[in-house]
Design a protein around this ligand. Structure first.
Ligand SMILES: Cc1cc2nc3c(=O)[nH]c(=O)nc-3n(C[C@H](O)[C@H](O)[C@H](O)COP(=O)(O)O)c2cc1C
Length: 363
């Protein structure tokens, strides 16, 4: 299936502008999502075997999830389950609807399996997202796997008022989310990453907690560009605020060395880099968090996961769950199924019965 995608479909998609290709793909997935028969047809090809994981009282049918940023409008919610994902993170969503940065704002460095984006939280706003989600619920198309919602800050909201912006979205979306991810690590909203600072983050998490009618798990998503010192301060906040976990990591503003002139041009674009060049650093961050918290704080690992080896590297470094974004673009729709199947094989070979026994074992 991957062969088919990489040889036939991807070349056709990659002749198109990156954002146009994304929009077309999302339209196709939205169409599939609205049609139960089509969804079942897709599921018959792509569903993944069970590899259950339980975290914060949530049951994940498998550990491979869709990362934030792919489905910012919740337009294809049922499709992600049909494509074999064990959970979906929708958004990032902000209090106010906003168009994001002017285009072009999404770029592929194809020969290095990377993407640079400066989307800037283009999204319909928390209330419109809630409406979209209520439509899926009413139509009986809600997935059986956990659904998380990624929260950003509106561009018009000043940094001092950030807590109100996040709290507004939590209130609007509370009934739909199985968990929330407070994203303070996107490089594409000016000043956002300053919110990883102890005081600002505490204020946001307290505001989020105040609007919660009952406790839903809240995680914080971190930047791979934080120093380990800054990360340790953030982990103090995570413990004192009783966070359910950390998502590690978002995209990086760092760039790899390259001699390829095409890629040099892409890497010169402003924005966050994802995909293969991010892989090692995000694993390093996962490993650090796992060690510092003695494995007590669940970690969702993201950054350059394209196959089961990459997922295994992050799991054994300390991640309990994995997310993919760029891998899906380069490897295609069978990615979740392939990773889960290969992970299962690997567990059987090493005589491990449950995935959680492998978490952090490389440390
Ligand atoms: C186009 C694009 C948009 C993204 N939007 C968001 C977002 O809104 N919120 C967020 O927390 N992360 C966002 N991300 C980051 C991804 O969720 C993920 O953390 C990162 O891309 C690393 O994983 P990957 O190498 O598998 O892509 C975005 C990534 C891309 C490529």
């Amino acid at each position: 299936m991957s062969w088919f995608y990489e040889r036939l479909i991807r070349p056709a998609l990659f002749t198109q502008d990156a954002e146009k290709a994304h929009e077309r793909t999302m339209r196709a997935l939205a169409l599939i999502s609205r049609n139960e028969l089509l969804s079942e047809f897709v599921e018959s090809f792509f569903s993944a075997p069970p590899l259950p994981v339980e975290i914060s009282g949530l049951k994940f049918p498998n550990p491979i999830g869709l990362a934030a940023g792919m489905d910012k409008f919740a337009s294809a919610l049922p499709a992600w389950e049909a494509l074999g994902f064990g959970f979906t993170e929708l958004g990032g969503v902000t209090q106010y609807p906003q168009p994001g940065n002017p285009g072009p704002r999404l770029f592929r460095a194809v020969t290095e399996s990377a993407i640079v984006n400066r989307m800037g939280f283009n999204n319909p706003g928390a209330e419109a997202m809630a409406e979209a989600l209520s439509t899926w619920k009413a139509a009986g198309r809600w997935p059986q796997h956990p659904v998380g919602i990624n929260l950003g800050k509106s561009k018009v909201t000043p940094l001092e008022k950030a807590a109100d912006d996040y709290a507004f979205s939590v209130r609007a979306l509370w009934r739909y989310a199985d968990f929330f991810v407070v994203n303070v690590s996107s490089p594409n909203t000016p000043g956002l990453r300053q919110l990883q600072d102890k005081r600002a983050l505490t204020e946001i998490l307290e505001a989020v907690r105040r609007v919660q009618e009952g406790a839903k798990p809240v995680l914080v998503k971190v930047s791979p560009d934080l120093s380990f010192e800054a990360l340790d301060e953030l982990l103090d906040v995570a413990v004192s605020q009783k966070l359910a976990g950390i998502v590690a990591t978002n995209t990086t503003t760092a760039r790899p060395e390259t001699v390829n002139p095409e890629n040099q041009k892409i890497y010169a674009e402003e924005g966050g880099l994802s995909g293969a060049p991010l892989r090692a650093r995000s694993t390093e961050v996962i490993r650090h968090i796992y060690r510092q918290t003695k494995g007590k704080l669940p970690i969702i690992g993201a950054g350059g996961v394209f196959n089961a080896d990459h997922a295994w590297e992050k799991i054994t470094a300390g991640a309990s769950l994995i997310q993919v974004y760029t891998g899906l673009i380069y490897k295609g729709p069978a990615l979740a199924k392939e990773i889960v199947s290969d992970l299962l094989r690997r567990l059987e070979e090493s005589g491990i019965k449950q995935l959680h026994e492998a978490v952090g074992t490389a440390n």
